[in-house]
Design a protein around this ligand. Structure first.
Ligand code: NAP
Length: 310
């Protein structure tokens, strides 16, 4: 059987009939029960991490085996249902080595590109399948990164709870150290937490809340995201999942520091509210970014997985 290349099928919408996501949702408060293919995805990530130079690895899959090439192509020793194949297409490219690092952002938005209402309410624009997807992406990342406004609005835990997998490092961009210790990320000690602040705040460990502060220089009024990316990479945090909000993702995108952007579009129109991706100034249409797109049906929502490196 030839290797299945997930890129080959990028132009068609693929069904994301995740028969197990409802089960995972029902178990969200307790131990998650994962589908068999998710165990193979995590095993693939672990196998490549253990053998960084490997061109091909093989892991158990449902009584057979799954071979994954360093390019993300895969082949199963037994035939798989289409919906399982689609999930492997989606997640396996995030499990292979990325020697120069990989920064992938995700945003859930309405049809009119809103990621939250005017008063900052964003739970939940997209549905349960997208929420589970975010937890899976966290499990495949070394670090999950958000902007200070997301912490202020949502007080997120940024941990892996809806599926099996390790918690990534948590990184928050908070230039003036405006957040207080009342937020969950400072209190729960569920994962190491790094605050990225302006250079003048220096590098230090938070005396009170057990977090670490990383000072980064400014460029054009904002913190230099290319320095953030490089510094995280130097610490071994090479796969970074930027989980919002729109301002933070836009800084990364504008600086050319995103390899992938996942936009999940929910079939609702909010009318006004916080924007998703937005750049200042006028852009000509021929200056539009035209990433290679893979499209997935995600419950009632649609996930556009944009690849800027392809
Ligand atoms: N629908 C979704 O998928 C989703 C995901 C996440 C969040 N949200 C919602 O989106 C809203 C927050 O998003 P947002 O776009 O308003 O803000 P945000 O991206 O969460 O945070 C932006 C803030 O982070 C800091 N920041 C980020 N990058 C920076 C950089 N390069 N340099 C300097 N500072 C930087 C700044 O903090 P200061 O303000 O301190 O300067 C900036 O104002 C909330 O309502 C949240 O609920 C939705």
């Amino acid at each position: 059987m030839p290797f299945r290349d997930p890129i080959d099928k990028r132009s068609s919408a693929r069904l994301f009939r995740d028969r197990d996501y409802a089960k995972a949702q029902a178990n969200a408060g307790s131990e998650p029960r994962d589908p068999f293919w998710w165990t193979a995805v995590l095993a693939t990530r672990a196998a490549f991490a253990a053998r960084p130079g490997a061109k091909l690895i093989s892991v158990p899959l449902h009584g057979g085996s799954l071979s994954v090439s360093v390019g993300g192509g895969w082949r199963a020793s037994t035939s798989l249902p289409d919906d399982v194949a689609v999930q492997l297409d989606l997640y396996l490219p995030y499990c292979v080595p990325h020697p120069r690092g990989l920064v992938v952002a995700h945003i859930g938005q309405s049809l009119d590109s809103r990621i939250a209402t005017e008063n900052g309410e964003s739970r939940w624009i997209t549905g349960e399948a997208d929420l589970l997807h975010c937890h899976r992406m966290r499990a495949l990342a070394d670090a999950v990164l958000v902007g200070a406004r997301t912490v202020r609005a949502d007080d997120p835990q940024l941990t892996v709870r809806r599926c099996a997998g390790d918690n990534p490092f948590r990184v928050v961009i908070d230039p003036e150290l405006s957040l207080t210790g009342r937020h969950a990320i400072f209190r729960d000690r569920a994962a190491p937490t790094l605050i990225v602040a302006a250079k003048e705040h220096g590098d230090r460990r938070g005396e009170t809340h057990g977090y670490e502060v990383l000072g980064v220089p400014r460029v054009g009024g904002t913190l230099d995201v290319s320095v953030i990316r490089t510094t995280l990479g130097d610490r071994g945090l090479s796969v970074v999942f930027v989980e919002g909000g729109g301002i933070t993702i836009s800084h990364f995108l504008e600086a050319g520091c995103l390899n992938r952007l996942q936009i999940t579009v929910a079939p609702i129109i909010i009318g006004s509210g916080r924007p998703g991706v937005a750049f200042p100034g006028n852009r000509a249409l021929d200056g539009a970014l035209r990433p290679r797109i893979r499209r997935f049906d995600l419950g009632g929502d649609t996930l556009f997985d944009c690849d800027f490196d392809a």
